[in-house]
Design a protein around this ligand. Structure first.
Ligand code: UDP
Ligand code: MG
Length: 344
């Protein structure tokens, strides 16, 4: 067997794209990606992760596997959510650098060469920061602005504002990320926790090329709560603080009433203030119990130790650019993995 000269090997790229019902935009996404990646001259692979699509997206990609090179299709057993789908994609990516991209072309693939240059200049993580957000409502922009700032004040690992999942990670960073075992995966927080030498590149976020957003405000609120409760216990401290203040005010109020009764005699007035206090305290108590529940629930989910996602099958193109022609394929194991294989 011929020996490989490691210096002669070109660094390879994996582009990971999680998708849910993106049939409309996938052909466009693939065409634009190809144009950029072919121009780079590096071996690459595109890992599509089907997060339980029901609109024929996965079947469309599966049909391309026999003709299109360098594709890998990881199908999850159902919809596990974008965070889990990205984790699955990253775990199945084999390149020296992994780039995360949305299928809807909101993250322009044309920026990949800049990201690769920054990586080759020594950055382990190349983080893309949105300078502007086209096609997003005023309310979404305002809530995103407020959320990132709040999260950053709360959590210890600095989560750069206005950066999303669009990023490049070196193999070293990917290895570190995959070591984090939590089930409740708030990816933006996990990236920040991993840290490593990071370059930030500003870009203008495009509008969706086709199809509709998969997030409604309820889902975004859930993600925001996930982010805060996964990376900070400050709300628990707030609850303690709020309780202390309420107890103090209640005590002062009670002392005032005793003094007043001693001086002027008792009467039965005060029903409205009593009601106000009871409802206010009831509200505060329910809120803090709910908050506590968030953390207890998180512990419960982690304790069950269920896998983050379940893979239905993994298929690759016959011709894989990452496939090293000089050695026997190190990636055979990834071809047609057994059905219902448990991952991680
Ligand atoms: N997505 C996914 N699983 C989900 C929801 C979304 O894989 O449960 C994918 C979606 O197909 C897209 C990316 O995540 O490629 C971003 O979703 P979307 O564009 O709907 O979110 P937005 O950009 O509006 O925040
Ligand atoms: Mg989008």
């Amino acid at each position: 067997m011929r020996k490989l000269d490691p210096a002669a090997r070109l660094p390879s790229l994996s582009v990971v794209i999680p998708f849910l019902n993106e049939r409309e935009v996938l052909p466009l996404c693939l065409a634009r990606l190809r144009q950029v990646l072919d121009g780079l001259g590096l071996p690459y692979q595109i890992v599509f992760v089907d997060d339980g699509s029901r609109d024929g997206s996965a079947e469309y990609l599966q049909g391309l596997l026999s003709t299109e090179p360098c594709l890998k299709l990881v199908r999850l057993a159902r919809n596990f959510g974008k965070e889990a789908a990205m984790t699955a994609g990253i775990a199945h990516a084999e390149g020296d650098a992994v780039i995360l991209l949305d299928a809807d072309l909101q993250d322009p693939p044309e920026l990949i060469p800049d990201m690769v240059r920054a990586w080759q200049a020594g950055a382990d993580v190349v983080c893309m920061r949105r300078r502007s957000r086209a096609g997003e409502s005023w309310a979404k922009r305002a809530s995103a602005y407020a959320f990132y700032r709040l999260l950053n004040r709360l959590s210890r690992a600095a989560i750069p504002a206005d950066t999303g999942d669009f990023r490049l990670m070196s193999r070293r960073a990917v290895r570190a990320l995959l070591k984090l075992p939590e089930r409740c995966r708030y990816m933006k927080g996990l990236y920040a926790w991993v840290g490593m030498p990071t370059r930030i590149i500003d870009y203008d976020r495009a509008a969706r090329a086709a199809g509709t957003t998969k997030w409604n405000y309820f889902a975004l609120f859930r993600l925001a709560m996930e982010g805060i409760t996964s990376f900070s216990t400050a709300p628990l401290r707030w609850a303690t603080g709020m309780g202390a203040i309420a107890a103090l005010l209640g005590g002062l109020f009670g002392a005032g009433i005793i003094a007043k009764t001693l001086m002027y005699g008792g009467d039965v007035a005060g029903y409205p203030s009593l009601m106000a206090t009871i409802t206010f305290m009831g509200g505060v108590q329910l809120l803090t119990i709910g908050l506590l529940g968030e953390y207890v629930g998180k512990t419960y989910l982690e304790a069950k130790q269920r896998p983050v996602y379940l893979v239905r099958d993994v298929r690759s193109s016959r011709a894989t650019a990452l496939h090293d022609p000089l050695s026997s394929s190190p990636f055979d194991a990834c071809h047609l993995a057994p059905h219902h294989a448990f991952d991680r």
